[in-house]
Design a protein around this ligand. Structure first.
Ligand code: AMP
Ligand code: MG
Length: 422
């Protein structure tokens, strides 16, 4: 095996180094799209947050019959006098769930409840609030539109139409629609499984003594939380020492049990950063190092059947890389399409420093100052090791490769953490 220094020096005729963010995402999405998918049939209630694997066709018209949108009176529009009040005899009352009502004849009307079938012959419903009842008759003022307050059969979904398309993320509205079609089960793409481990001789777990020079492993917790928030299954292989043999074992174990392996640490240029050379030896490196901060040393490749993300160890880099590179892969592996993070514009409340030639994801706090208008300030220190900057922030401030210093009052792009960081 090559030492980290030998590997870094021999590099890198066969894979790109120093990609920009967009190109890296495109490569990741393309790799993820090549992975095989498994389809499962799940009871509807368990399908929340999963992606539909096949188009669901509408088996019958919805609504299934013409019905009233209001509590009111069903009538024949031709019976209404165009300028004067009209008296019609109330002959029936139709309730939701009733069998087909009797036809209406000229001069007749029927009480009707919301969702009840419209009697044959009736073509208009007038809401109750606009009608006065005098004994056995209802009195209608002029001016009602023909056809009003009737929901037509098939106006929501027609038989044979695609009700929910393959690739749709199933959330509450889709589950409701599928229930209305009468399907107790749905075909979904199996959720991707992510195996993660952290690496570093300095890492300690809770319950262990934090000797000088050691620190508690936080990445396992932030990573697992991001994975769970993204709706995937997360397997935690724990902290692994910076020993090539133990790292190689962890990498292979992880790749054997998951669709995606995420490791943190050991991908930079240090003398204990073995993961790039190990991935090259055991699998395939597809790119290494990015034009971005935080997250510059990101490593991406394949190991066995799994996609491999070697995230840097710095805790902020871990979260920024998961949000921008692991998430797109998970979206595609889950059967969906890549959804770029939501970006908004915000007015900067202070000067920011940035370096050109790389995309920077600084941590910011944004707030609405008027409907649709936002202001953003920095969380202060932008060290990739300062995880409290993530915990105080509610967005990334995205400064592209061409942006150097940014003045207070300028407009910048922000990415709210909601749905991105979880
Ligand atoms: P590395 O990428 O391995 O060079 O690590 C970069 C920095 O991140 C070092 O200061 C590490 O101590 C720190 N670090 C690495 N892994 C973790 C972790 N799991 N939790 C918290 N800090 C970490
Ligand atoms: Mg390390």
């Amino acid at each position: 095996m090559k030492t980290p220094a030998e590997f870094a020096n021999h590099c890198c005729s066969d894979f790109p180094v120093g990609l920009g963010v967009q190109e890296a995402i495109e490569r990741i999405v393309a790799e993820a799209a090549r992975q095989p998918r498994q389809v499962l049939r799940l009871p509807l209630r368990q399908a929340l947050g999963q992606v539909l694997a096949e188009d669901l066709l509408t088996p019958f018209d919805i609504p299934g019959f013409d019905n009233s949108a209001m509590d009111g009176f069903a009538l024949r529009h031709t019976d209404l006098h165009p300028e004067q009040p009209t008296h019609l005899r109330i002959v029936d009352a139709v309730f939701a769930g009733d069998q087909p009502p009797r036809p209406l004849e000229a001069g007749q009307c029927s009480r009707i409840m919301t969702g009840a079938r419209v009697p044959p012959g009736a073509d208009t419903v007038v809401m109750k609030e606009q009608v006065t009842v005098e004994g056995e008759e209802a009195v209608f003022q002029p001016g009602h539109q023909q056809g009003s307050n009737i929901r037509r059969a098939g106006e929501d979904l027609r038989q044979g139409q695609v009700a929910v398309a393959a690739g749709t993320l199933l959330s509450s509205p889709q589950l409701g629609v599928i229930a209305s079609l009468g399907f107790p089960e749905v075909p979904v793409v199996r959720r991707p499984r992510v195996a993660l481990f952290t690496s570093g001789d300095e890492l300690r777990s809770h319950g262990e003594t934090r000797k000088p020079g050691t620190l508690f492993d936080s990445n396992r917790f932030s990573l697992e939380a991001m994975g769970r928030a993204a709706g995937v299954e997360v397997l935690d292989l724990g902290p692994i020492p910076d020993t090539p043999a133990q790292l190689a074992q962890a990498m292979q174990d992880a790749a054997a049990m998951a669709d995606v392996v995420v490791s943190s640490g050991g991908v930079s240029m240090g003398d204990a950063d073995y993961i790039p050379s190990l991935l090259d030896e055991l699998g395939e490196v597809l790119f290494w190092k990015m034009r971005m901060k935080p997250g510059h040393p990101l490593l991406f490749g394949r190991l066995g059947q799994a996609l491999y993300f070697g995230l840097p160890g710095n805790p902020v880099s871990v979260m920024a890389c998961f949000a921008h590179f692991v998430q797109p892969a998970l979206q595609v592996l889950a059967g969906g399409r890549y959804q770029p993070p939501l970006q908004l514009t915000a007015v900067l409340s202070e000067n920011l420093r940035s370096r050109t030639g790389r995309t920077e994801y600084q941590r910011g706090i944004f707030r609405a100052i008027a409907p649709g208008q936002f202001e953003v300030s920095s969380t202060g220190t932008q060290s990739s090791g300062a995880l409290s900057s993530m915990a105080r922030a509610n967005c990334f401030i995205v400064l592209d490769e061409d942006t150097g210093r940014v003045e207070a009052g300028s407009t910048v792009l922000i990415e709210p953490f909601a749905n991105l960081v979880g």
